[in-house]
Design a protein around this ligand. Structure first.
Ligand code: DLZ
Ligand code: SF4
Length: 521
């Protein structure tokens, strides 16, 4: 029986389930398609990374003697969609059946479910076994629970995998060492330089393609330094484990001008595209702890991200889609401010994060959550608009991971399914965790009036505007008590200043031209 096996751009894994039982005569199909490259206006580096990694992966498979059919974006007959390219490949190879591994996104799965009838062929969709927790396993965990707290899911995953366990107990006696992971970076501290990779001929060709065809997309290509092969991704992993993991925990929440990576792993693009596996990463980190080369707070914090949070958001995504994306608990509706694309704002924290995002297709966790995310939450940006931005601008972003993080964690749009309270913070938090405020026209210590950091009135304005949704939340008791202790006059001033600031957001000096998700053909 001849089988056509389609592998998607984020399935670049040698032992993918879609390849199980590979037989002589089978063909593996990879396609670069305009539909995927344009459904959101991806950062130029994200497209270049994925296309180059796909091309290298195809060569790797060929090198192992497999029959690979690869369709490049500018092939003259490229139809531009998965369905169209699968149809053309069926005509070329005349298979008896199609095998695929389930995709990461709801949108693509819906498409796939129609293929068997559309093509009149059996289509087998296999489980993606690269995750610790299958969709079925997560559904069993979630069943009958009133709330889905990550911490409890994570403990179950620790028990099931035995990672950082001493028998039935967590290593060191506690499940979570996050309290030790909030140090600000000392002023003179310099993190080690990161291992970046010079673009090879394949990457350069893809970069030229992207530069020519996606001219209006957000993002610089010049800084491209991503690994595009499994071997280089493994080298990046080793570099992280040896050079950065020991201080990963301490400075996890720190932000510093000119230091976009600090001690973060910057491995998420490789993990999410399949060049690295979640198991090898977690076991590699655990090995560093057991060998005494990295402390428990760092290793537990890292493993919690991969084994806990990443698996948990994927579980929530598949459990709750498609309705999840449509909720809007705080009824937020403001258009996304133009400075998310241009970086043109006097708020230095946002300008820095957008500039680094443009340069690297990357920002670290706390920049995403507490700067661009916090602002979108406080300003009441429409959830779909900010979600599209997060999905577009980061090299690691696919909807299964982006949506719960943005919709639930950042925007509280799911009403608290994911997060027990909104991650709203005033300028004081950003000032404590970064050096951004020193270079800002605003003053984080001024609560209102001329020169006050906009995050300050916006924070209280957010609490006032959303009182009916948030006041009953036990974790919000303290800020509401502080708010209620303010004089009426002070509250009126906050409302007036925040209102004026928000009104001005929607009036750009020059008419913005949104980045296009379309190809320049
Ligand atoms: C993100 C992306 C892009 C930009 N381009 C392609 C592509 O041309 N071909 C492909 O197979 N996959 C691409 N991807 C990744 C897909 O969007 C991803 O596989 C689906 O969203 C499912 O997670
Ligand atoms: Fe951001 Fe406010 Fe600090 Fe400026 S003062 S960098 S706007 S937190």
């Amino acid at each position: 029986m001849k089988t056509l096996r389609l592998m998607l751009g984020d399935q670049l894994t040698r032992d993918m389930s879609s390849l199980d039982g590979l037989a002589d005569g089978d063909v593996i199909l990879l396609v670069e398609v305009a539909e995927e490259a344009t459904y959101v206006p991806h950062h130029k580096q994200k497209i270049a990374f994925l296309f180059s990694a796909m091309r290298h992966f195809a060569e790797d498979l060929r090198g192992r003697g497999l029959d690979v059919d690869y369709v490049e974006l500018d092939h003259p007959e490229n139809s531009g969609s998965f369905t169209g390219e699968l149809g053309r490949a069926i005509a070329r190879h005349r298979p008896d059946r199609i095998i695929i591994t389930e995709p990461g996104e709801w949108r693509v799965r819906e498409m796939m479910l129609g293929w068997s009838e559309h093509f009149g062929l059996p289509v087998e969709i296999r489980e993606d076994d690269r995750f610790f927790c299958s969709r079925g396993r997560f559904a069993r965990w979630a069943e009958g629970r009133k709330s889905y707290r990550m911490e409890f899911f994570y403990r179950d995953m620790r028990r099931e995998t035995g990672l950082l366990m001493q028998g039935d107990d967590p290593e060191g006696g506690a499940w979570n060492y996050d309290r030790e992971n909030r140090r600000a970076l000392p002023a003179r501290h310099r993190p080690p330089p990161r291992r970046r990779f010079e673009p090879d001929a394949t990457t350069r060709k893809v970069m030229d393609l992207v530069a020519a065809r996606f001219t209006r997309n957000f993002g610089d290509l010049e800084n491209f330094g991503w690994a595009v092969t499994r071997e280089d991704a493994l080298e990046a992993m080793q570099h992280f484990l040896q050079q950065c993991l020991p201080l990963y925990g301490d400075y996890q929440d720190a932000m510093k001008t000119g230091e976009p990576f600090l001690y973060h792993a910057i491995l998420s693009p490789y993990l999410n595209a399949g060049l690295l596996g979640a198991r090898e990463l977690c076991m590699g980190a655990e090995r560093e702890y057991k060998a005494g080369r990295a402390p428990l707070n760092a290793v537990e914090g890292f493993i919690r991200q991969v084994l806990g949070w990443r698996e948990y958001v994927r579980g929530i995504y598949w459990l709750r889609m498609p309705d999840y994306a449509r909720t809007n608990a705080l009824q937020a509706s403001r258009p996304l401010p133009w400075f998310y694309w241009s970086g043109e704002t006097e708020m230095n924290c946002i300008a820095q994060v957008v500039a680094e995002t443009r340069a690297n297709a990357y920002a670290h966790h706390i920049q995403r959550l507490m700067v661009t995310g916090n602002f979108a939450l406080l300003a009441g940006v429409s959830p779909p608009e900010i979600e599209e931005w997060y999905l577009a601008v980061y090299a690691d972003a696919y909807e299964w991971v982006e949506l719960p993080n943005t919709h639930g964690m950042i925007m509280f749009a799911d009403g608290g399914l994911l997060a027990s309270k909104p991650y709203a913070a005033s300028g004081a938090y950003i000032n404590r965790m970064s050096d951004y405020c020193g270079g800002c026209v605003y003053d984080p210590k001024l609560k209102s009036g001329e020169g006050a950091c906009p995050f300050n009135p916006l924070y209280w304005h957010f609490l006032i505007e959303n009182r009916e949704h948030l006041q009953g939340n036990p974790r919000m008791g303290m800020p509401y008590r502080t708010l209620d202790a303010m004089s009426d006059e002070k509250r009126a001033t906050i409302l007036r200043e925040a209102g004026a600031f928000l009104d001005a957001l929607n009036k750009p000096a020059t008419a913005p031209q949104a980045p296009q998700g379309s190809l320049d053909l």
